[in-house]
Design a protein around this ligand. Sequence first.
Ligand code: ASP
Length: 377
Amino acid sequence: MRNLMDITDLSVFELQSMMTLADDISSNPQRYGDALKGKKLATLFFEPSTRTRLSFEAAMYELGGNCLGFSEPKNSSVSKGESIADTSKVISQYADIIAMRHPLEGAPLVAAQNASVPVINAGDGGHCHPTQTLADLYTIYRKKGKIKNLTVGVCGDLKFGRTVHSLLAALSRYDGIHVVLISPKELELPEYVMKQIPKAFGMTFEKDESLEHAISKLDILYMTRVQKERFHTEADYERLKDCYILNAEKMGFAKKDLVVLHPLPRVNEIDPEIDSDPRACYFEQVLCGKYMRMALILTLLSPEFFNASDCNRGSMVRLFSTAKLQNDAESELERSRLYCKNPSCITSTEIGLQNGFVLKEASQKEPRCPYCDAKLQ
Ligand code: ASP
């Protein structure tokens, strides 16, 4: 069974197959109208969402399936203290596939480890958002006819913006991608994201704090919202919220064929005056998101995928038992336990994950939490 936790769970070949499928769905929607008749998608949204949830639901309905779920945790048994593990086991009895969004990083991975149906990460805290990346890649592919040899600017909140983390992980596997990181110092890309970028495909980076200065070099400009909900203080958010505003004046310095993307919702970072500029592609990106979610659901529910090798990161995790350690050998194990100290990680709340864990690859120099990718300590 396949899940989608992280965009790199899909190979570049699989991404291309999904884009080809999305092309076919958009040109021949009638062919797919009954494709998933009788199947149900559960949307478990523990955090607000407009596009992602409705886009998943629209995708499922357009494939002939049905949807169930909730859009606020207070409407679920989680408000009574139910664990993610139990919720996932229960929902697996009702639905054929689950899309989960959660404010804690790694929560969808816990769901995937416990569900008996495929689970899709629909955004976990500030960690990643692979299905937004499907929308982003497909929009780039439609507008540019390729995903290679491009200069891509990512602008705004690169620290908490999970869509940027997933997008860069995906783009790093294509040839000739140069990335311009445009952010204030406080909102720079986390080092774990940089560390995960494979060197093999030659992705290159530069930093530029000035959008005015950077814009003229770009083929793609990916604007992002400053992620208010992930700030620890209101004052910090207020200070940084309007750090970049794309307006007609700045667009005047850009290439004629620049593609402006934004995962939405926008707050202030793109002046609505540029919505009518043909280079503003963020509403088309929304439509691309629906087609790619259709392609993804079809792919995960198609029988041949059940035979594919399991590439879930969940299988790399080995949890220690919660039993009290008694003898020396066990104390030795106790000392070698690794903990995730990230308060935004699901390991901080989910029972059974708080007891430390080791990775199978004990030789790993810098062990990272398999749920949130933070350094283990
Ligand atoms: N909709 C995107 C997300 O869920 C972007 C955002 O909220 O700023 O991450």
